[in-house]
Design a protein around this ligand. Structure first.
Ligand code: ADP
Length: 323
């Protein structure tokens, strides 16, 4: 549905996007993930036709955005990071305004009502946008993207600045929209892509460093899991047992909070689930395991690992080239 090939963009002599290629299949929700300054907005602005690329091809449902920009743009609904709202208009006035701007041909009243019902803003349709909460404003922003029923929806950081309840509502809404639309969701929040997206493209310094199914990416970078185990038993012996257990890479004392238990940080070897062997080993010794928690990887950890892996590969290449 969206096909991007060798896309490049520089600002002066700063290369912001360095020849990236990826595609999004029909009905897929793609997470576009990267740290600040990675090139996400630049890429999205090129896909939506707001910014012209230096080179490369963007096709929306087979239409080249350069050759037929009007047709290509009709297939895209965009929610920028700051929704383009007119605060002095009521919700319905604003949606009518966007309807005209887009030159939408669908039956006006029915189409706008349907959209308002989907994003749940029909009750506030006659309120001034400036009097709406941030969560509702974001819904209005999503509503304007839906006008014309575009095949592709692009959301740039749609949950930024919302409270936790609003975040869940907007994520659920995006997931629901994903049943009928192809979606690109740009974000720097990992749990967000985990919750919503089928696949993740990670961009860093203008280059793609990963393009995988969500589960595969999380497993690949999180292959060696870290656990915190709270164990009652003689510290030195427990540590020796842990370090002697097959599948454990490292084990260290993390701290002592309760009177009789000690917390240990355990890292298992790649793709090994250490929890059961750990339980049996401790039970065999008569040392109660009173707590076991996974240490969640942060987005920073994932970037460091991905970028680290890239660097390793580069180093290998350089070495080979040098021989
Ligand atoms: P992201 O959306 O991932 O935060 P951007 O696409 O906004 O990244 O920016 C990518 C790089 O291009 C950054 O280094 C940024 O400083 C630079 N950049 C973005 N917009 C401009 C601009 N208009 N002029 C010059 N440099 C820019």
């Amino acid at each position: 549905m969206v096909e991007i090939t060798e896309l490049k963009k520089s600002y002066g002599d700063k290369q912001a996007v360095k020849g990236i290629s990826f595609s999004v299949a029909e009905g897929e929700i793609l997470g576009f993930l990267g740290p600040n300054g990675a090139g996400k907005s630049t890429t999205l602005n090129m896909i939506t036709g707001y910014l012209s690329a230096d080179s490369g091809v963007i096709k929306i449902d087979g239409t080249d955005i350069l050759q037929d920009p009007i047709k290509a743009k009709k297939d895209i609904g965009f929610l920028p990071e700051i929704p383009p709202l007119y605060l002095e208009m009521t919700v319905l006035e604003y949606l009518n305004f966007v309807y005209d701007l887009k030159g939408c041909k669908l039956p006006r009243k029915q189409h706008l009502k349907e959209i308002c019902e989907v994003v749940k803003i029909w009750d506030v349709r006659n309120r001034l946008t400036k009097n709406l909460s941030k969560g509702y404003r974001q819904r209005v922003g999503i509503a304007q993207a839906l006008i014309g029923n575009p095949k592709v929806l692009i959301f740039d950081e749609p949950t930024i600045g919302l409270d936790p309840r609003q975040i869940i509502e907007i994520r659920n809404l995006i997931r629901m929209l994903g049943r009928e639309h192809t979606i690109i969701l740009s974000t720097h929040i990992l749990p967000e892509v985990q919750a919503v997206c089928d696949r993740i493209v990670v961009i860093n310094k203008g280059e793609i460093v990963a393009n995988e199914k969500t589960e595969d990416l999380i497993n690949a970078v999180d292959g060696s899991r870290k656990l915190v185990a709270k164990i009652v038993g003689p510290e030195d012996e427990v540590l020796k047992t842990l370090r002697g257990l097959g599948g454990i890479k490292t084990a260290d004392v993390l701290g002592k909070r309760d009177t009789d238990s000690v917390s240990y940080l355990i890292e298992s070897q790649e793709r090994i689930d250490i929890r059961k062997p750990l339980f049996y080993a401790l039970a065999g010794k008569g040392w109660p395991l009173i707590g076991l928690e996974g240490v969640e990887l942060s987005l920073e950890d994932i970037f460091i690992r991905l970028v680290g892996k890239e660097k390793e590969n580069e180093d290998k290449k350089t070495k080979k080239g040098g021989k």
